[in-house]
Design a protein around this ligand. Structure first.
Ligand SMILES: [Zn+2]
Length: 92
């Protein structure tokens, strides 16, 4: 096969951390269960999703600017500790 790739339109989402657009496949989908942000690795969990690069820097930016409560229209703060741990593990 040559280096040519078929011109397929792939879905693009905006990272809530750095606000850059990226292919959906390159971003981690986040959903909220209860008051906790959880990673949706397979993209199968129902409900509203937010997208972030699977990188600690992007996650921290998102947390700092309260992007998750805004994205999920949450009334209170959201727990991102477990999500951060997940990103730390997968980013390496
Ligand atoms: Zn990002």
């Amino acid at each position: 096969m040559s280096g040519r790739t078929p011109a397929r339109v792939c879905p693009v989402r905006t990272c809530v951390g750095c606000r850059e657009r990226a292919a959906k496949d390159d971003l981690l989908r986040i959903v909220v269960i209860g008051s906790e942000c959880v990673p949706d690795d397979r993209g199968t969990l129902p409900g509203r999703g937010a997208y972030v690069h699977p990188a600690v820097v992007c996650l921290d930016q998102a947390v700092r600017r309260r992007a998750f409560p805004r994205a999920f229209r949450a009334q209170g703060p959201l727990d991102t500790a477990g999500l951060r741990r997940h990103v730390e593990q997968t980013a390496q």
